[in-house]
Design a protein around this ligand. Structure first.
Ligand SMILES: [Zn+2]
Ligand SMILES: [Zn+2]
Length: 98
């Protein structure tokens, strides 16, 4: 299912660190991480109201953290961030969420 809406099939592979942000092969390679991928439906991925925004990136990071563990996602992001001009900062997650 789509990682964002959960209503439609997740058919599209989305990179949380977009190609536009990675300017070197090393950055690109670091961004190719299971922890930094999302599976989305077409509407959420390329529809008029798609996930390519700052806020929605945070939602997807939090989703991956709940799936794979926050530590893994943060580490993967830190790995990419060292190559980025503008690092992506993952917001603090609230404790006690199911
Ligand atoms: Zn969707
Ligand atoms: Zn995408």
């Amino acid at each position: 299912m789509c990682d964002y809406c959960g209503r439609s099939l997740g058919t599209d592979l989305h990179h949380l660190v977009s190609r536009g942000r990675t300017h070197t092969a090393a950055a690109r390679e670091a961004s190719e991480s299971l922890y930094l991928f999302s599976w989305l439906c077409q509407d959420c991925h390329i529809g008029s109201n798609n996930v390519h925004t700052r806020d929605r990136t945070q939602v997807l990071l939090a989703f991956n953290a709940s799936l794979f563990g926050e530590e893994n996602v943060r580490n993967a992001l830190a790995e990419v961030n060292q190559y980025l001009r503008q690092p992506i900062i993952m917001e603090e997650m609230e404790d006690g969420e199911a």
